[in-house]
Design a protein around this ligand. Structure first.
Ligand SMILES: *Cc1c(COP(=O)(O)O)cnc(C)c1O
Length: 219
């Protein structure tokens, strides 16, 4: 068996039954994605619209494309026809644009709210207050062409396991609250190559793995 397939299997086995492995394919050439596809991998994550736009037409139509990176409003239109799940909704204007583009394409676009759980200034995400305001608007029906599927978060990049653990545990509590209010919220997307074990321990059912599957990125 292809080594790549073995790595994919390794991660899939760790997931709960309702879990998804997102193979983070940013910076990888299309041939590499095709190899993973041939192992049965169908969920791929990209963090740049431009790269997603280039790869999507070259690969099979049953791939489920996950937008995991910071998303600019003016680029939503390019991915609106096919994106399977947007993990990174972190402001109202962005959600409004997703709703608008989804309507244009006659579809409903599934998304996650990205919650700020890390301390670093560089990490995007909704603050607790902004999240609760936006959730209220969503629940009031302001974005009818979108579907809230759950929450995403990135922990602080630190060797301090207890800190990462606390941040993921916080997001899990938010997720449990959300699930009671919004029945379609089924995904908790947290954990990447260096912290997926802590994420899974805290109830993640989507992990986003790049390096662990494909090796170190060049840049
Ligand atoms: C790159 C990236 C990942 C995967 O990172 P690895 O360390 O390569 O597993 C996960 N989530 C997001 C949002 C990313 O940008």
């Amino acid at each position: 068996m292809d080594k790549l397939c073995k790595k994919i299997e390794f991660y899939k086995k760790l997931l709960p039954p309702d879990g998804l492995l997102v193979a983070v394919s940013k910076t990888r050439p299309v041939e590499t994605l095709r190899r993973a596809y041939n192992c049965g991998q169908r969920d791929f994550g990209e963090n740049k619209v431009q790269e997603l736009r280039e790869k999507q037409p070259l690969l099979p139509g049953d791939i489920r494309w996950h937008m995991i990176g910071h998303l600019q409003r003016n680029k939503v239109k390019y991915i609106a026809p096919y994106v399977w799940l947007i993990h990174s909704v972190d402001n109202e204007k962005l959600l409004r644009e997703i709703d608008k583009q989804a309507e244009k394409h006659n579809r409903v676009i599934p998304f996650l709210f990205q919650i700020k759980i890390a301390e670093e200034e560089t990490k995007f995400g909704l603050t607790e207050e902004a999240y609760s305001e936006l959730l209220e608007k969503y629940r009031a029906g302001l974005f009818p062409h979108t579907l809230l599927k759950g929450l995403m978060g990135m922990a602080t990049n630190t060797p301090d396991i207890r800190k990462v653990d606390k941040e993921f545990a916080y997001l899990k509590r938010q997720f449990d609250v959300l699930r009671k209010q919004v029945p379609t919220a089924e995904f908790l997307s947290m954990g990447m190559t260096h912290d997926y074990e802590i994420a899974l321990r805290n109830g993640a059912n989507i992990i986003r793995i790049g390096t662990g599957i494909f090796g170190a990125r060049k840049k």
